[in-house]
Design a protein around this ligand. Structure first.
Ligand code: PMP
Length: 349
């Protein structure tokens, strides 16, 4: 058996290995700055009445019903998992035979590459176009078995244009995975279209807009037969009972609060971007809850910001972009501090 050398994936995953609690402002993982949604907080404060001596419901049927209503599809067109990380990995495991090719936008969500490699698949990174869109022609020319699109894309925050998406889905020879982790911020719902499109699987998560990264709840939406095929590669209890209960409470009672906070995050992002531009920085146009700021020497700027208690994610030598900081949008009153600190660490003029 060939093992994947740790060094091949470690440079991607070591950025996650930080003690976020040490920082007064954690703006590195694009989660919600508003904390646990209120109905979930109440639920957790009471006696939740979940019998933990039993397994969860098989294939999370009640949660799939609630998610189906949220997205606007049928329950059999949804699969749930322990975060979209786990869904990404199990999809590669279920559909990719060893050595199969995964073509992905580059740069994109780093775990895509890690999960492809650790499931014995090969990766083809495909650079973005000059307008930061996915490069449909190059992705298709790779003849990959699986094409991964991230819309909006992490870490750029930029959307994938509708015509690009349609072209890739229409012409791909295999599966097209569309990672829509930031859908709520972009006001998109590509997931609703997935069951009607042959070979399209959309990934969603409750880790971002829902403010529930801690329960590890992601889901995939696609054609019934595709979902049934993916379920074969997993057991019936992919989601813990408590996570299922919490997710149900959020879907039943917290949606108005969540929508309100999404709008607030977008408004804060736009004000923050305005401030960055006024101070002379450039940014990529973001449709998500984070902003990518190209900045030379981003690694040392990131380290200087950490000294000030602010944790952001730095990237080095991104193709076509160079060094950059990815800054998650925090609470409205925190972002002026981020801008002021950035100006101290890496002044523009
Ligand atoms: N996809 C993208 C594009 C992401 O940015 C992230 C989280 N950073 C994930 C998936 C993973 O989400 P989850 O917490 O559901 O595993």
């Amino acid at each position: 058996m060939t093992r994947v050398p740790l060094r091949d994936v470690y440079r991607d995953i070591r950025a996650y290995d930080v003690d976020a609690a040490r920082f007064s402002l954690e703006l590195a993982d694009n989660t919600s700055p508003y904390g646990t949604p209120p109905a979930v907080r109440d639920f957790l404060a009471g006696a939740p009445g979940v019998n933990l001596s039993r397994y969860p419901t098989t294939y999370s049927r009640p949660l799939r019903d609630a998610l189906a209503a949220y997205i606007g599809v049928a329950p059999d067109e949804i699969m749930v998992g322990a975060g979209s990380d786990e869904i990404l990995s199990s999809t590669f495991r279920a559909l990719g035979s060893p050595g199969a090719l995964v073509a992905h936008m580059h740069p994109t969500f780093v775990m895509t590459r890690v999960f492809a490699i650790t499931n014995s698949l090969r990766v083809v990174p495909v650079g973005l176009t000059a307008s930061y869109d996915a490069d449909a022609d190059a992705l298709l020319a790779s003849e990959a078995d699986i094409i991964y699109l991230c819309a909006p894309n992490n870490p750029t925050g930029t959307p994938v244009q509708r015509a690009t998406l349609d072209k890739v889905i229409d012409e791909a020879r295999g599966l097209v995975m569309v990672d829509e982790a930031y859908a709520e911020f972009a006001g998109s719902n590509l997931a609703a279209k997935a069951p009607g499109r042959d070979g399209m699987l959309v990934l969603r998560t409750m880790s971002k807009a829902f403010g529930l990264a801690g329960i590890r709840l992601g889901f995939a939406v696609g054609e019934r037969a595709l979902i049934a095929e993916l379920e074969k590669a997993r057991g019936p209890y992919a989601v813990p009972a408590l996570s299922e209960q919490v997710a149900l409470v959020a879907l039943q009672h917290d949606l108005p609060w969540i929508q309100d906070k999404v709008a607030e995050v977008c408004a804060t992002r736009d004000r923050f971007v305005g401030g960055l531009h006024a101070a002379g920085y450039t940014t990529l146009p973001s449709a998500a809850n984070f902003v990518l700021v190209p900045i030379p020497g981003a690694a040392s700027v990131g380290a200087a910001l950490r000294e000030k208690g602010i944790l952001v994610r730095h990237f080095e030598a991104l193709p076509g972009l160079g060094d950059a900081l990815r800054i998650s949008v925090g609470l409205p009153y925190d972002m002026p501090r981020v801008l002021a600190s950035l100006q101290e660490c890496a002044p523009c003029r």
